[in-house]
Design a protein around this ligand. Structure first.
Ligand code: SF4
Length: 187
């Protein structure tokens, strides 16, 4: 088995974080080491209400293989999820449910808005549909498209990985983060 892995050049190990290297030692910062671990183990919580959710199913399947990014374990408990992926039309009646799910997730947590409906209401410019989930919860990455292809969803996750890798471990305790949550009346 180990021979198979060694001989298969398509298998790559993630790059080391930047740091100082010398004979027999490597030093980096805690921020970078934690960022590397977090970025490669983002467990998704798929909040799928309509067609964009089908694209997520394709993203998880063998052809696109979401597991390559350390996100093969969908969590249907908010308490064990890091990355909330909102996919589909969110009716205003569904808004409080989505918000509750977000609030139940433990810090640090991130949100990807997948597709036009989640990001802006999409074609449903109507009284019953939320015109973007960022009206009720903070969003880190928006994925455009109706529906976005699996490649676009993966691109959104890669962009989120960049944010996660470079986020300071102190960010969640900063006044700026408190201010962001306060904007959404989240304590
Ligand atoms: S963005 Fe398009 S594909 Fe996605 S849920 Fe809305 S209507 Fe469906």
């Amino acid at each position: 088995m180990s021979n198979l892995i060694e001989n298969n050049t398509s298998i790559k190990v993630v790059d080391m974080p930047s740091g100082v290297e010398g004979p027999g030692f490597f030093a980096t910062t805690l921020d970078k080491a934690v960022g590397l671990a977090r970025k490669n183990s983002l467990w998704p919580l798929p909040f799928a209400t309509s067609c964009c959710g089908i694209e997520f199913m394709a993203t998880m399947a063998t052809t696109y293989d979401f597991a390559r990014f350390g996100s093969e374990r969908p969590s249907f408990s908010p308490r064990q999820a890091d990355m909330l992926m909102v996919m589909g039309t969110i009716a205003k009646k569904m808004g409080p449910v989505l918000r509750q799910v977000y609030e139940q997730m433990a810090e640090p947590k991130w949100v990807i808005s997948v597709g036009a409906c989640a990001s802006s209401g999409g074609i449903f410019d109507t009284y019953s549909v939320l015109q973007g989930i960022d009206e009720i919860i903070p969003v880190d990455v928006y994925v455009p498209g109706c529906p976005p292809r699996p490649e676009q969803i993966i691109d959104g996750v890669l962009r989120l990985q960049d944010l996660v890798a470079n986020e300071s471990i102190r960010r969640r305790n900063s006044p700026e983060y408190d201010k962001l949550l306060a904007k959404y009346n989240i304590e």
